[in-house]
Design a protein around this ligand. Structure first.
Ligand SMILES: O=C(CO)[C@@H](O)[C@H](O)[C@H](O)[C@H](O)COP(=O)(O)O
Ligand SMILES: [Zn+2]
Length: 196
């Protein structure tokens, strides 16, 4: 096996996916920055969820808001719903795995808050259930998906923002999701600090 050639292919595919994503995602991403910043400036908060690599992404994003990204600014209100093993295991044990995020959204979400819902397939049932509760709570959903957007795409309302990466491979989609999250952090910091 020619590992160098495989590695080269992966890099090339990742670069191509990022270029294709820029074409379709720049405008909705700018809108997502506006939505998140508006919520934070109105005492709202961001709840983030996802499975596997997307759980790591949810945590990564929440840490960058609560602590810092690249600029000095006050801490921002964000919670990853993927981190409390007691809460997650008890909900999964007593109810169902698809409720692990939804119950947390019901407990913590208020009108004006944002749910950052991350799923490369757009079909993870626990993320979908969280979206339904977020809508009941009058929260805005920002969905990070890929492929066709799956069932999440069908659930989004007019106030929500869909950032669907135009790719089929989970790894490529996740690589763009991370870039999207850093663009969100950068955009929020710029708006909050009035950077030209
Ligand atoms: O990171 C990876 C694959 O790159 C995996 O851990 C992946 O996130 C998991 O299989 C997830 O369960 C996939 O869920 P989703 O993205 O379809 O919502
Ligand atoms: Zn992964």
């Amino acid at each position: 096996m020619d590992l160098i050639s495989r590695i080269t292919d992966q890099f090339e595919q990742s670069i191509a996916t990022k270029r294709a994503s820029l074409e379709v995602l720049a405008a909705p991403l700018a809108h997502a920055v506006d939505v998140m910043t508006g919520s934070l400036m109105n005492n709202g908060k961001i709840l983030a969820c996802g499975n596997g690599g997307s759980a790591a992404d949810a945590q990564h994003f929440a840490a960058e808001l609560v602590n810092r990204f690249e600029m000095e600014r006050p801490p921002l209100a964000a919670i990853a719903l993927t981190t409390d093993s007691s809460t997650i295991t008890s909900i999964a044990n007593d109810y169902a795995y698809d409720q692990i995020f939804a119950k947390q959204v019901a407990a913590l979400g208020h009108p004006g808050d944002v749910l950052l819902a991350i799923s490369t397939s757009g079909n993870s049932p626990n993320v979908i259930e969280a979206m339904k509760v977020a809508h009941e709570r009058e929260m805005t959903v920002i969905a990070l998906t890929g492929k066709s957007g799956g069932r999440m795409a069908e659930l989004l309302g007019p106030e929500d923002v869909h950032l669907c990466v135009p790719a089929e491979r989970t790894a490529r989609i996740q690589e763009v999701h991370l870039l999207i999250l850093h663009c969100l952090c950068d955009g929020i910091d710029c708006l909050l600090l009035g950077v030209e």
